[in-house]
Design a protein around this ligand. Sequence first.
Ligand SMILES: *Cc1c(COP(=O)(O)O)cnc(C)c1O
Length: 458
Amino acid sequence: MQKDLNIFIELAEQLLLEEQKQPVAKHIPTSKLYNSLDLSLNDEGQVEDALIENLKGIIKSTPKTASKSFFNQLFGGRIGKATLGDLLAVMLNNSMYTYKVAGPQVGIEKQVLKNICKLAGYPTKSDGTFAPGGSMSNMMALIMARDAKNKDVRAKGLSEKMILYTSAESHYSIAKNAALTGIGREQVRLVNTNEKGEMLACHLEALVKEDLNNNYLPFFVNATAGTTVLGAFDDIEAISKICKSNNLWLHVDGAYCGSVIFSNTYKHLVKGLEHSDSFSVNAHKMLGTPLSCSIIVTKHPEQLHHSFSNEADYLYQTDDDDFNLGKTSLQCGRRNDALKIWTLWKSVGTNGLEKIVDKQFEMAQVARDYIKNNKDYKLYSFDDSISVCFNYKDIDPKELCTALYEDAQLMVGFGSYKNEQFVRMVTINSVLEKEDISAFFKTLEAYVDEKMLKISTT
Ligand SMILES: *Cc1c(COP(=O)(O)O)cnc(C)c1O
């Protein structure tokens, strides 16, 4: 193992150099992938030196999500202490289902959950778990809501139309999870949004009424804290009132921006969160931990247990149920996703996490100011969002983003809202500085002016 650790350090150092030298990896067309790199698996193994060279080539060509030219997704960058925690989790290789197998790692996970519950404004008896991503956190919430509303469903399956509500701007996992859990996509009501992409509570109320009139069974509302395209925050307080009067489970999908709970400046964006029944947040998005680190907490720990526990004599042989986390998780064997967020949190404190969150809003403001002060740009997104959506000189955003990627200039994606398409630049990488934001725009402008506008006029 010592030898492989040395190899790891050599390769990791090469990666750090590559990120500086070639922040956007050279694009390999899919049709040429297997000719460009040796990805084959054969009867005979590759000898050590050749394997190392091969891995170096693969590293060189792999997209650099931690570089300062990566604005493409709702994650990015690399925070050292979080990465350290995750590397340790790999070395330790525990499975989180029992205290016997994971020991203090269970305590670490419980501690993170406890603190998240507190920041969400939930009572002390609340609980949660780590799911394999935000989509699965949302599914766990949906399952708890389904089981809470319909006591027979776990044994007998669905026998009536159960209706859920989510905004038209919410993440696709809500509808997908409706299909996966037997609720059915047709039972998903898409609530209209205002011009900022926030759910219209009055439309929600009207839809619930209509379904009740039709003798359907409304049971679940998903509010989003940071919609995937515009980064909008639904009005949790207004929505929670409708949920309360109709006895509906309210889940807050904070996969993208739920981490505002760490910020005294921005936690007002999730005002009313304490009235929700469950809340999920991806630490691998705003908190910058390695993928994946998704947390779901609920005020109803008994429902979490009821929906996800199973007896298994071969597994649960020692210790209190409270410390056998397999009784409240989606999976059986489960990797340790808690250590990375714990290591980061322990090293910088809650105040440090607040700084990480605030920095992203600050950088988004820098980007918006740049756009507003330059008449070649049009801005589509709003304040209090770390998704900065714009167009430059009316260039088709899809063409622009694809060209920037294929010519290894910048990694940035595009999105759309109500028939408008635009570039979506995400300032989620917490090591970005003002200069990096300027560099982004300068690179984009130089590229458009030299390559795209020239091509289109010749
Ligand atoms: C990213 C995202 C998800 C999905 O999270 P994964 O970890 O990618 O599964 C869900 N909801 C919202 C709002 C998101 O932005």
